[in-house]
Design a protein around this ligand. Structure first.
Ligand code: ADP
Ligand code: ZN
Ligand code: ZN
Length: 734
């Protein structure tokens, strides 16, 4: 660094959008962009990162930097460059980018001192305390209930501190100090595995990927391989290659697919240390993983979305598995980044080979591949002898006629389940809605009980007999009387997973079921436990939502039932068909992964619908052709770019008025190549007492448009209305 700079603009960890100037003082010769510093602000000490060195401070009275932290705390120059690109592209303040790049535990230097809690008294004894506690101290009761469900124990920091203290005093809990890592819970016996000899298509893909890595250049490969075609095997051999070149490998998978099973799969292949990064890990664990990457101990990094920001140097390979998955996109908070797109940018900044993989690539990626921007590799067969499942479409209209009323299960599905029970084969039932009924309503006046804080009806949960809001968690008792007309005859509408489970038990009284949705996976390890119980044959049927669609490998599942395959098709969203196609293909892919061929029963009210038919035929290419033509005709991505301006605030009229006014500003300053749609209420018009309006912008290039939007945003008088710019939104509806 040249020594003549005397000032630095610094991005503080606080949510200030603008960098502030500080004097370098004695640190002039060690300061550099990305350095972690300590500075005074309004009588407090604050941490931040140096953004720029300069000699032209904006204000007269300038305070000095107090400390520069050791280099391990820096943001590397490459990641800093990535942050700058993200700030511009996603129109987001740098402070938000940094807080999403660096885990809280590292920024706040939280020491991994974890306390592990278990029940002090036996199950029976604990249960006997519950009724009174539920009444007097419901939070304490909730903690005990959680522990009853997680007999191994829980981390203290995941629980409310005050209530834990009281329970410790009452000697209902016992505590012990453990290291920040709970890896000991994940350790399972495993046998080391060897690389498989690849089939022709796998080998071809691997050879091309290896060539990119040998050249040390940036290039993106797309592996389009049906479920079970051995994509993971190709990733693993590519990782091996990266390691043999002295480089590191970063693998991203969707959060819910990052199960102990998936982690073991990698651990069993590689003797090197693997750093695991995902949300469900504790602060201590994340800090430990992060530091092992910085110390160059971990050569392989396996993580969910935000692992794309890991501080690894010398990356040789970045893999994005299930690249189409919407969990890679941050939608409701700035920066609204897509980890796949950030990966590609990171790859190009650091000369890394990027591999995307999917059985149902996003239209965007497949389009890029077809234009030669990515290199396409197709894996068209399952890698083992197992065949793709046989899919049957069943018309539910006919099923209901036959049953003379509503039923979840067509004759075909009932037969399918029945046939498998004595053989010990398992069934997976997929329904994209949890709870028992999705709303309580009044047939005489059509009143529907909605959430007082959100624009959504309340879901009825039968097991605990309450109505709850799936947006904000609001809970209340079911109505006895209609608040509008006073009628006492109330009904329910719409069925969820809980109802399916009950009805199934009505049909097969002895059937053993498990249910996996957000209600049954609230505690930290519940997700893992359910998967393990099903995998080890503790149930005949697993009923679940989206959660069961991704990545899971259950060798004994030979039947998958998709109930209501079409509910999402009716959403006015340009990605609706794409999402339904992906979901059906992913769920169907869970069937017949072992030695016995699988079957899929796809129940729908739209048996003739083109998307349903193509999904049933697992015909991605025809679907792509159909959909890409539509996108072209109507001018949707990948033929243009979208920006969704989301306006929120407590006062609906004011939000709408400000939204209209901002739209006018955009139009007044906008270049001709931009199209600005009218302001509309969002699909969910209110969430957590915030009213939501949106305005869609269609354009051909995001940069430098976002820079201009950002400066308009800064000059605009917002009057308590907030604006979130969602770049490349996943949905144009919600
Ligand atoms: P995908 O990631 O495409 O869904 P996987 O990589 O999980 O597929 O492979 C599915 C199954 O096929 C796994 O059990 C895997 O071990 C096996 N497999 C993959 N490649 C080969 C191969 N070349 N020879 C034999 N078995 C293979
Ligand atoms: Zn009524
Ligand atoms: Zn709500």
């Amino acid at each position: 660094m040249p020594e003549d700079f005397r000032y630095a603009s610094i991005v503080l960890d606080t949510h200030l959008d603008k960098p502030l100037d500080y004097a370098l003082g004695d640190f002039a010769n060690v300061a550099e962009p990305g350095a972690r510093v300590l500075v005074p602000l309004k009588g407090h000490l604050r941490k931040g990162y140096i953004y720029k060195l300069h000699n032209r401070p904006e204000v007269d009275k300038i305070k000095p930097i107090l400390k520069i932290f050791p280099k391990e705390r820096n943001i590397s120059s490459k990641l800093f460059e990535l942050a700058l690109w993200m700030a511009a592209y996603y129109a987001s303040p740098l402070s938000k980018i940094f807080s999403c790049m660096v885990p809280t535990s590292i920024r706040k230097e939280i020491q991994p001192k974890a306390v592990w809690l278990t029940l002090a008294k036996g199950k029976e004894k604990t249960l006997s305390f519950l009724p009174e506690l539920r009444y007097k101290a419901p939070i304490q009761a909730e903690i005990l209930e959680k522990l009853l469900q997680s007999p191994k124990g829980l981390f203290q920091k995941d629980l409310p501190a005050h209530a834990v203290r009281s329970l410790l005093q009452k000697k209902l809990l016992s505590a012990k100090k453990v290291s920040g890592s709970d890896d000991f819970l994940f350790e399972e016996e495993f046998f080391p595995t060897k690389p498989k000899s690849l089939n022709f298509e796998q080998q071809k893909a691997l050879t091309a990927i290896e060539a990119t890595m040998e050249k040390g250049i940036f290039e993106t490969h797309l592996i389009f391989g049906i479920t079970g075609s051995g994509k993971t095997e190709v990733y693993m051999q590519a990782i091996e290659k990266a390691l043999s070149l002295g480089k590191k490998a970063l693998i991203l998978v969707p959060e819910v697919a990052l199960t102990a099973q998936a982690i073991q799969h990698f651990r069993a292949r590689f003797s090197q240390k693997i750093a695991i990064l995902h949300h469900r890990r504790s602060h201590g664990q994340k800090a430990e993983a992060w530091e092992s990457i910085q110390r160059n101990e971990a050569k392989i990094i396996l993580g969910a979305r935000s692992a794309i920001f890991c501080p690894a140097t010398d990356l040789g390979l970045i893999v994005i598995d299930e690249e189409h998955d919407s969990s890679y996109k941050q939608e409701e908070e700035a920066p609204t980044y897509h980890a796949r797109d950030v990966a590609i940018m990171r790859g190009s900044l650091e000369n890394v080979c990027v591999v995307l993989g999917s059985a149902t690539p996003s239209l965007q990626s497949f389009y890029n591949a077809s234009k030669g921007k990515y290199r396409l590799h197709t894996l068209s067969h399952r890698a083992t002898s197992s065949l793709l499942p046989q899919v049957t479409i069943v018309s539910m209209k006919e099923a209901w006629e036959q049953a003379q009323g509503f039923t979840h299960f067509s004759k075909e599905l009932i037969e399918g389940i029945k046939k498998r029970l004595p053989q010990g084969e398992q069934t997976l039932l997929f329904l994209n809605r949890r709870g028992y009924y999705s709303s309580q309503c009044c047939p005489s006046c059509s009143y529907v009980k909605g959430c007082p804080h959100c624009d959504i009806s309340l879901t009825f949960h039968k097991q605990d007999n309450f109505l709850s809001c799936h947006h904000c968690g609001y809970r209340t008792e079911p109505l006895r009387k209609c608040p509008e007309c006073g009628s006492e005859i109330l009904t329910f509408k719409g069925f969820g997973t809980e109802h399916v489970e009950r009805s199934l038990k009505g049909l097969f009284p002895d059937i053993r079921t498990l249910r996996m949705d957000r209600d049954t996976t609230k505690t930290k390890d519940a997700h893992e436990e359910l998967i393990n119980r099903f995998r080890t044959g503790k149930a005949d049927v697993l009923i679940g939502t989206q959660m069961i669609a991704k990545g899971l490998h259950f060798p004994h599942v030979t039947l998958v039932g998709i109930l209501q395959a079409d509910t999402m098709l009716s959403l006015p969203d340009f990605r609706a068909s794409e999402q339904v196609f992906q979901l059906i293909t992913q769920v169907a892919g869970r069937s017949g992964r072992g030695d016995i061929p699988g079957e899929v029963i796809l129940q729908t009210l739209l048996p003739k619908n083109a998307t349903i038919q193509l999904a049933a035929g697992q015909n991605y290419i025809s679907f792509y052709d159909q959909e890409i033509r539509m996108r072209k005709t109507y001018g949707y991505p990948p033929f243009c770019k979208l920006i969704k301006l989301l306006f929120t605030g407590k006062d609906a009229a004011k939000v709408e008025e400000r939204a209209q006014a901002f739209r006018k500003e955009v139009l007044r300053h906008s270049p001709l190549f931009l199209e600005c749609f009218p302001v509309l209420p969002c699909g969910y018009a209110k969430i957590k007492d915030n009213f939501r309006f949106q305005c869609l912008i269609r354009c051909f290039q995001i940069l430098p448009l976002t820079t201009r939007l950002l400066s308009l945003k800064e000059q605009f008088s917002w009057n308590k209305v907030r604006l979130l710019m969602n770049i490349d939104p996943m949905s144009t509806f919600f």
